[in-house]
Ligand binder design. Structure first.
Ligand code: NAD
Length: 502
């Protein structure tokens, strides 16, 4: 049985012994250990450590900070298998997928290694007579990251490499469902030479989130999770005077125009719908099939789904693992009956899917549900509009490009979307007209590279700054403009007039 603690000021910390939660192996359903749940006092200890570490880290040279990041990148890469195994054991995703999230997170570390360049300001010589102006960006102080269960390494890495590179100190509050990756990353930071107190981890639930949101010494909060909590975090954090970026849930549509390559579309829809058991904020959950290709496309999707191998994340044969908890599996599975009640046709029932080493998904111990396909899902039904966050792919039939676009733009979320077509003009029109933050053209999961920024629109993001990339650098720094004059004897004396250029 493992016991997952906090990481405060460069060491493991037990925290309040009265509060803990169970950890599970999603592939068997068995309890695998416990995670500490921080009290307000535990959060205060982490913030105090981060506050104490801030002055020296802020003053560390850019090259010194970059050097630590380069070493952290090498250590993370060397330990990627160990990290992926920790993720897979608690989240359930297959090992290769966990390796993929580590790789995508490392791209942000690599981006942040360029911090000496990223923090360059502007300089204008001679804005007035013998007067120069220049801009600089300075770190905020202690900043916090609150992250979801579905990417226990990558989503924290959207935040802390950039925050720390900018000279801030960081408190991470990972998901209490898969917390172990955070502690390995903390140890690797220490090995890389990061001073104690610059990176801290508090394990926990709402108690720790609320304390971080209220704490006067926390200057900014980055949050990624479901929309109701993102909205709460944004409202509470900003009410306490903090800078907040809060990324929420999603319902991503793939619009398939009749001229698209349907084999490519079917491969893409199955990969993007069922990878990581659909527990990705950029998963495709709705395919909008423009007439007349619906029947042919559904047949191709069903043919591919039948060949998927579902099994434990540590079995190299598995392509899709279990869901994260029993409660989440039950919630996702409830949409199968709901979808049928609402008028959809259940063409693949994931409860019947065979599991490697077990029987049908519904009868195998562990949190199993196989890939499910619902066809003819009515527009506006709960199955169509609500975030299911599991291996359920809905097919919605539409008559035209315009109708498909209206369905997408009529939704509450605006995280990701994709159009599949061979018509460049139609694709260009789509990228211009769709009200979504991240758009794929013949790319089903258009997650931006680290040197762009990641974020959705509408209920998928509260705040105005996306994560990582240059927007991340902006979020974790404050701008300052200096106007300087070195006087000479002819400075002109007292002048009460409004300063103008001359
Ligand atoms: P969640 O909202 O339940 O939890 C996210 C974080 O908030 C966790 O650290 C959790 O401990 C904390 N939390 C939970 N309930 C809270 C409460 N009542 N008060 C304060 N804090 C609370 O999300 P999840 O189930 O861990 O993750 C899945 C969700 O995250 C999905 O909705 C998914 O779309 C979303 N997500 C979004 C993105 C994105 O980039 N937009 C990326 C990944 C995941």
């Amino acid at each position: 049985m493992k016991s997952v603690q906090h990481w405060i000021n460069g060491a493991l910390a037990d925290g309040d012994p009265a509060r803990a939660a169970e950890l599970f192996n999603p592939a068997t359903g068995e309890v695998s250990g416990h995670v500490a749940l921080a009290s307000a006092a535990d959060v205060d200890a982490a913030v105090a450590a981060a506050s104490a570490a801030f002055p020296a880290w802020r003053d560390a040279s850019l090259t010194k900070r970059a050097g630590v990041l380069f070493r952290f990148r090498e250590l993370m890469y060397a330990h990627r298998d160990e990290l992926a195994a920790l993720i897979s054991a608690e989240h359930g995703k297959v090992h290769s997928d966990a390796l993929g999230e580590v790789a995508r997170g490392l791209e942000v570390v690599e981006f942040a290694c360029g911090i000496p360049h990223l923090l360059k300001g502007g300089f204008s010589e001679g804005v007035s007579t013998r007067v120069d102006s220049y801009s600089i960006r300075q770190p905020l102080g202690v900043v916090a990251g609150i992250t979801p269960f579905n990417f226990p390494a990558m989503v924290p890495m959207w935040m802390f490499p950039v925050a720390i590179a900018c000279g801030n100190t960081f408190v991470l509050k990972p998901s209490e469902r898969d917390p172990s990756a955070s502690l390995l990353m903390a140890r690797l930071w220490q090995q890389a030479g990061l001073p104690d107190g610059v990176f801290n981890v508090v394990q926990g639930d709402k108690v720790s989130v609320d304390r971080l949101l209220e704490h006067a010494d926390v200057r900014a909060v980055s949050f990624v999770g479901s929309t109701p909590i993102a909205s709460y975090v944004y409202a509470t954090g900003t009410a306490h005077g903090k800078r907040v970026q809060a990324l929420g849930g999603a319902k991503n549509h793939m619009l398939v125009l009749p001229d698209a390559d349907l084999d490519l579309v079917a491969d893409s829809a199955v990969s993007a719908g069922f990878g990581s058991a659909g527990e990705r904020c950029m998963a495709i959950s709705v395919v909008l099939a423009v007439d007349p290709i619906g029947d042919e496309l559904v047949a191709k999707i069903v043919e591919r789904v039948a060949k998927l191998t579902v099994g434990p994340g540590d079995d190299p044969r598995s392509e899709m693992g279990p869901l994260v908890t029993a409660a989440h599996r039950d919630k996702v599975a409830s949409y199968l009956d709901l979808g049928v009640e609402e008028g959809a046709k259940l063409v693949v029932d994931g409860r019947e899917t065979p599991v490697l080493g077990g029987g049908k998904a519904a009868e195998t111990p562990g949190f199993w549900l196989g890939p499910t396909v619902l066809d003819h899902v009515p527009v506006g039904s709960r199955t169509h509009t609500e975030e299911i966050f599991g291996p359920v792919l809905s097919i919605v039939r539409v008559r035209s490009y315009e109708e498909g676009l209206e369905v997408i733009n009529g939704g509450a979320y605006g995280n990701g979307t994709a159009v599949f077509t061979n018509d460049g003009g139609a694709a260009r029109r789509f990228q211009n007209e769709v009200e979504v933050g991240m758009v794929g053209i013949n790319v089903p999961i258009p997650v931006p590279m680290a040197f762009y920024s990641f974020g959705g629109w509408k209920s998928s993001l509260f705040g105005d700054t996306h994560v990582h990339g240059t927007e991340g650098v902006h979020f974790y720094t404050r701008g300052k403009v200096v106007t300087s004059r070195w006087l000479d004897p002819s400075h002109g004396g007292v002048n009460l007039g409004f300063p103008t250029n001359g």
